[in-house]
Ligand binder design. Structure first.
Ligand code: AMP
Length: 407
């Protein structure tokens, strides 16, 4: 099985020093095949926007920012998009087109299969192939825009990362890893990464469009989610994490800020910046966010190299997430020092308004000993999940999306 180092080596061709694209030429030849930009996943069969549920979204120019004015070629290409509207095919239509690419949890590991798997010739992307729409958001290292591939009409989110900023932040390796891992995942509750390309200054990620934005914002607005809604989310998370762990991927940064919501209210785990492909399931790097940090990761920073941790870190984070969904704040929220102390002792108060089943699930996930945490299979059949998701997590999602898709 390829280890993460090999995977990273295969990404050397998106080194931030590379300049394998003359962007002016690329825009001028928008619909012609160009030389190698990337080894992106094929988008060729994802297209056709033949949907009844169409959502009109206004287009905007890519805003110029003071530090990095876009080259005239991009301004030119965005000018042509001013009068266009992006029409969004229904989630169901896009999902159907994707389904052939989807691999089920029981499929062989696509990461391990990369070298030998017979694949259609990957489509090579460049900026001119996309109409750029409204900005969807801004992250630490780049902006995300609504976009549509001109050839197929496929609606997606285009994430633009500036190489200089990645270099400055010393996160090139992290981004490579994120691309490599995420582009090999296909699950309804994990944000798809369809491909990537780059020019001399930027890396572009072609992402699935999550129509309802950030889960974090929904949570802040609602303050806390009703138990049935929270249970649906937790079931979807368990399904997605089970899929990831089967592929030996540990996410390590599960929190509401890293979860997006699809058009039908289904959640999509995103941000694989901290995730690792760990075929032996053991890592000992300190990462993640304090409120969601599992006790074994705290210990590994303090003590010695023997404190390796496994995919069970995501189970702890799922417990914190369940708590935050239901209570509106994380269970160990405090000053930085106190948060760490409270995590180390698993010191939390569960409010009385939570049902006994919800309390039980939280207590069985937030267990100091990683080996004693509830497994994802057990989460899926836990009474609280069963009570609110009649047919279990994954099936509840499918039933839900079918009902809504058929409306
Ligand atoms: P990020 O840099 O990934 O943190 O993205 C910045 C913001 O852009 C997020 O907080 C979202 O609001 C938005 N965003 C990112 N990716 C998507 C997507 N695939 N679909 C919709 N909105 C997105």
């Amino acid at each position: 099985m390829a280890d993460i180092q090999n995977l990273e080596q295969r990404f050397e061709n998106i080194s931030v020093q590379d300049e394998n694209l003359d962007l002016n030429a690329a825009v001028a030849q928008q619909h012609k095949q160009k030389g190698s930009l990337s080894h992106a996943i094929s988008l060729s069969n994802l297209g056709a926007s033949t949907s009844q549920n169409r959502l009109k979204l206004p287009l905007q120019k890519i805003p110029t920012n003071a530090q990095s004015k876009p080259p005239p070629a991009i301004a030119q290409s965005t000018t042509t998009t001013n009068v266009t509207k992006i029409t969004l095919p229904s989630q169901a239509a896009q999902q159907q087109q994707r389904s052939s690419a989807d691999s089920r949890p029981s499929d062989p590991d696509p990461i391990a299969q990369l070298p030998s798997e017979p694949k259609p010739k990957p489509k090579q992307f460049h900026l001119g192939m996309f109409e750029i729409g409204k900005p969807l958001g801004k992250g630490k290292f780049g902006r995300v825009y609504l976009a549509r591939e001109r050839g197929t009409g496929f609606v997606c989110a285009l994430k633009v990362l500036h190489k200089s900023e990645l270099q400055h932040g010393k996160v090139e390796k992290q981004v490579r890893r994120e691309i490599e891992i995420q582009s090999n995942l296909a699950h309804p509750n994990i944000l798809r990464l369809y491909g990537h390309f780059h020019d001399s200054k930027r890396i572009f990620l072609i992402l699935e469009f999550a129509g309802k934005g950030e889960l974090y914002k929904h949570l802040r607005k609602a303050q806390r989610f009703p138990e049935p809604q929270a249970a649906q989310y937790v079931a979807q998370m368990a399904s997605a994490l089970k899929y990831l762990h089967k592929k030996h991927v540990i996410h390590r940064d599960i929190k509401p800020e890293n979860i997006l919501v699809g058009l039908h209210g289904e959640i999509k785990i995103s941000d694989f910046g901290w995730s690792v492909h760990a075929p032996n399931n053991r890592r000992n790097t300190m990462c993640g966010t304090l409120d969601y940090l599992p006790p074994e990761m705290l210990r590994s920073s303090r003590d010695d190299k023997d404190n390796f941790y496994s995919e069970k870190v995501d189970l702890w984070s799922l417990g914190v997430l369940t708590y935050e969904f239901l209570v509106g704040e994380a269970p160990f929220e405090d000053s930085a020092v106190m948060t760490q102390k409270r995590i180390a002792r698993c010191e939390m108060t569960i409010p009385g308004f939570l049902s006994s089943e919800a309390r039980d699930l939280i207590k069985r996930l937030l267990v100091l000993d990683p080996e004693k945490r509830l497994s994802l299979e057990e989460v899926e059949v836990h009474p609280w999940i069963v009570k609110h998701c009649a047919k279990g997590g994954e099936r509840a999602y499918n039933r839900n999306s079918q009902e809504k898709g058929g409306q």
